[in-house]
Ligand binder design. Structure first.
Ligand SMILES: *Cc1c(COP(=O)(O)O)cnc(C)c1O
Length: 404
């Protein structure tokens, strides 16, 4: 322990001294960033292959987004939803159009978007589907990650996320991810929604079997159940399309968005759905002081405009193939599996070799920042502004770490 302290730079100790230990950050203290690169307090540069868990899809300080934020800071930052403001209409209209939905409900964090989705689905269940009061259930998947609130951790299957935070919110059923038969079995006349990540990010970038999302869509339509896609991490260009559901040509009833929607500048989340679903909410039934604030809307509208060009989705698809191919070349050379889509990869390291944490520490020493999850799995999710050379560089550093 003392040896550890001696080896830990003063800036790292400083940053952690008065902090609750709910994170175990890599020992790097970042002070500036641009594009796909960050610089620490000693001037060392690192290629950012986590991108704020996809909150930085457009890279650090994308010029268009920074300009929008600066301009808005000089005009108006907050009104609350008690009043309207001039940034609101464009944001809601353009995001709704990007999603192909009628309506948008803005919130701040991803967890709030999930909570909003749950509340809307329950209300829809009682008012539209006719579920008896207090009987609604929502089906979710094993290995899910939807955020950290008490209700959301109630249906987590990760004991770190869930243990000792009870009593838990009832009304959720958990089925294995990717198993249509189990889902069919779990749905009954009181089911109001199926809530899923189209690719499970925190679980290690787990892509469901081909046809699963399509099957979920058919099943939900047939049983009059809302399909809620949590695209907070998978959406907005990460997988080579605007939404990960598109890979199976599937349109959910409700999109949950967050992370990249705020351009890496401010927390912005949203629920997008048609009027027959989101229209169940009336004034006073849901809200947020900061949700849909002028600064958030100004930045997020520019995010939507960047996505509307399709450029980032194309980059993610093309560069993603290069990334996935490079990583697949390391199977048998320290990797046991590679999963992913677009610029999003989950790598399983041979557990005999090293833990995911150790791999990330060694990558850090080599100037690449990544994050482990669940034992020997690491995730790569570089900003979509990364270029071919930088991808090859990242893959080469992974290879070098695995080679010892
Ligand atoms: C990150 C994440 C959330 C929670 O978002 P926060 O902004 O951290 O509350 C929810 N769902 C998924 C799929 C996520 O990746």
């Amino acid at each position: 322990m003392i040896e550890d302290m001696l080896r830990t730079p003063a800036a790292v100790q400083d940053a952690e001294r008065h902090t609750a230990h709910n994170y175990h950050p890599l020992p790097v203290v970042i002070s500036s960033a641009e594009g796909a690169w960050v610089t620490d307090v000693d001037g060392k540069r690192y290629l950012d292959c986590l991108a704020g868990y996809s909150a930085l899809n457009f890279g650090h300080r994308h010029p268009t987004l920074i300009a929008a934020a600066h301009a808005q800071l000089d005009k108006l930052t907050l009104t609350s939803r008690a009043f309207l403001h001039d940034q609101f209409a464009d944001f809601c209209r353009e995001l709704a159009a990007l999603c192909g939905k009628d309506l948008v409900l803005p919130m701040n964090t991803g967890a709030e978007a999930v909570e909003t989705g749950i509340k809307v689905a329950r209300k829809w269940g009682y008012q539209v589907k006719g579920v008896p009061a207090g009987q609604a259930n929502i089906v979710v998947a094993e290995g899910n990650f939807h955020g950290r609130t008490t209700t959301i951790v109630s249906f987590s299957t990760d004991s770190d996320a869930r243990a000792d935070f009870g009593p838990y919110t009832p009304g959720f059923r958990i089925v294995p991810y990717g198993d249509l038969a189990a889902l069919t079995e779990a749905i009954d006349e009181h089911t109001v929604a199926v809530l899923l990540e189209p690719i499970q990010g925190e679980q290690g970038v787990v892509v469901p079997p081909e046809g699963y999302l399509h099957g979920v869509r058919l099943l939900c339509t047939e049983r009059n159940v809302l399909f809620i896609a949590d695209e907070i991490q998978s959406g907005l260009g990460r997988t080579g399309t605007t939404f990960a559901c598109e890979h199976e040509g599937v349109v959910p009833d409700m999109y949950l968005l967050g992370k990249a929607l705020g351009g890496g500048i401010v927390p912005v989340s949203a629920v997008a759905a048609d009027t027959d679903v989101l229209g169940v909410l009336q004034p006073g039934q849901h809200g947020s002081t900061f949700g849909g604030n002028p600064l958030a809307c100004a930045v997020a509208t520019e995010v939507v405009r960047l996505l509307a060009t399709g450029e980032f989705q194309r980059r993610s698809a093309a560069l993603g193939e290069r990334l996935q191919a490079g990583l697949r070349g390391l199977i048998g050379k320290g990797l046991v599996a590679v999963r992913g889509r677009g610029l999003w990869a989950g790598l399983d390291i041979d557990p005999a070799l090293m833990s995911g944490r150790e791999a990330c520490e060694r990558l850090m020493e080599r100037g690449v920042l990544a994050k482990d999850t669940h034992g020997s799995t690491i995730r790569l999710a570089p900003p979509l502004v990364i270029n071919e050379e930088e991808i090859d560089h990242a893959v080469a550093q992974v290879a070098a770490v695995l080679a010892g």
